[in-house]
Ligand binder design. Structure first.
Ligand SMILES: Cc1ncc(COP(=O)(O)O)c(C=O)c1O
Length: 387
């Protein structure tokens, strides 16, 4: 008899986003509007700090929780930028925001527990829940409501098995940013039913002006029930450095540490030292990148509007959803045809759930020329099949 894989792991979904990226890798000439990472390089002063760390031989293990100085700087950043007072003991470093979300889910959920997640959702979240043996229950964030959460559906989704609500603002794939009143309402639902709130704020500083930061869940809900995940990945164009951070009560962090210990022992020391530089060095790259994403959002809006393709205007992150239902294709078939016949890669909305099934995600982490040409080709494909 051959050994078997755990059933909940074989049943776990893979990320549709990563599937597209793998297909595109073998097509060098295609226009890539599916990319989920900044098209900017990590600022030079951060790279220099990493090189210094290697040259100075600072490459041993650190505590699992992260270097003390970095946790202090993160607490200071959270106070200054997110308007929230936390102690360095409440901070846990992670292998990108992803691992903090996994730490949070694995530390709080038992097999069979239910977790309320937005639809559309970030696909890796489904994988994390499946690995934990938890069941995803969706609440809709529909285009007619600017992709804001349906709070009645969220409330109705709570059952005796519900353990947590996942919130993601600024949101991938919609770019929606939830106002303080929505966060407070979600906090009240969580408090009424004794639930955790796992708040994915990995795009906290990627927002449309005049804001410079998105409202943070723990500021508007009982902070003792909120576990927040943030990251250096998007803010500082550091996706491949794999460094993020989370914060929660010291008790929750001490339990999440056990999960982190099991996976990581500690986060890459060189990335931690680079992160210190990211927080203490000049912040102008954050502003430059954000300004570029906002300008591209305007450009994409103008192009899509001229073609008569319905779409949303994102307030944060660097994505928007374009409705391709006039083509009579589902989003997976549309994306496949667009790639095959027009050499443009987008992510089908079906990869993010059912609400975005008739849309494709366009990433604004692409050059203006690629955006204009890519959207033009999307328009051609929609037109060819519209009746
Ligand atoms: C909504 C969302 N959360 C979390 C992450 C994780 O980011 P990372 O692990 O690269 O920091 C991503 C990355 O694309 C994301 O889009």
């Amino acid at each position: 008899m051959s050994p078997s894989i755990a059933r909940h792991i074989s049943a776990a979904p893979t990320s549709g986003v990563r599937d597209i990226a793998a297909r595109v890798a073998s097509l060098p000439d295609c226009i890539r509007l599916e990319v989920g990472q900044p098209d900017f390089r990590t600022p030079q002063h951060i790279c220099d700090a990493a090189k210094r760390a290697i040259d100075e031989g600072r490459h041993g293990y650190t505590p699992t929780q992260g270097i003390g100085e970095l946790r202090e700087l993160i607490a200071a950043k959270v106070a200054k930028v997110n308007d929230l007072t936390i102690e360095p003991e409440q901070v846990l470093l992670g292998n990108g925001g992803t691992s903090l979300l996994a730490d949070a889910v694995l530390a709080t959920c038992e097999p069979g527990d239910e977790v309320l997640i937005p639809d559309p959702y970030w696909p890796t979240l489904r994988t994390i829940l499946a690995v934990a043996g938890a069941r995803a229950v969706r609440y809709s964030c529909r285009p007619e409501w600017d992709y804001q959460p349906d709070l009645d559906q969220l409330r109705d989704g709570v059952t005796p098995r519900t353990k947590a609500i996942v919130v993601n603002s600024p949101n991938n794939p919609t770019g929606a940013v939830y106002p303080a009143s929505t966060l407070a309402a979600i906090g009240e639902i969580a408090a009424a039913h004794g639930l955790w709130v796992i708040s994915d704020e990995c795009y906290d500083q990627i927002v449309a002006p005049p804001s410079t930061v998105a409202p943070s869940m723990a500021t508007f809900a009982d902070p003792d029930r909120v576990i927040t995940a943030m990251a250096f990945s998007k803010t500082y164009a550091m996706t491949g450095w794999r460094i993020g951070y989370g914060f929660a009560t010291t008790e929750a962090v001490s339990q999440m540490l056990k999960v982190a210990d099991a996976h990581n022992s500690c986060i890459n020391t060189i990335s931690q030292l680079a992160a210190i530089e990211a927080l203490t060095g000049p912040q102008d790259a954050v502003v430059t990148m954000n300004t570029a994403y906002r300008a591209r959002a305007e450009l994409a809006h103008r192009e899509l509007e001229a073609l008569g393709i319905p779409h949303n205007r994102p307030d944060g992150a660097f994505y928007l959803l374009a409705d391709i239902s006039a083509s009579h294709f589902g989003s997976a078939a549309f994306s496949a045809a667009l790639l095959r016949d027009h050499s443009v890669a987008v992510t089908p909305g079906s990869a993010f759930g059912s609400v975005s099934e008739k849309a494709v995600r366009i990433s604004l982490a692409s050059s203006e020329a690629d955006l204009v040409e890519g959207i033009h080709r999307i328009g051609k494909l929609v037109e060819a099949f519209a009746r």
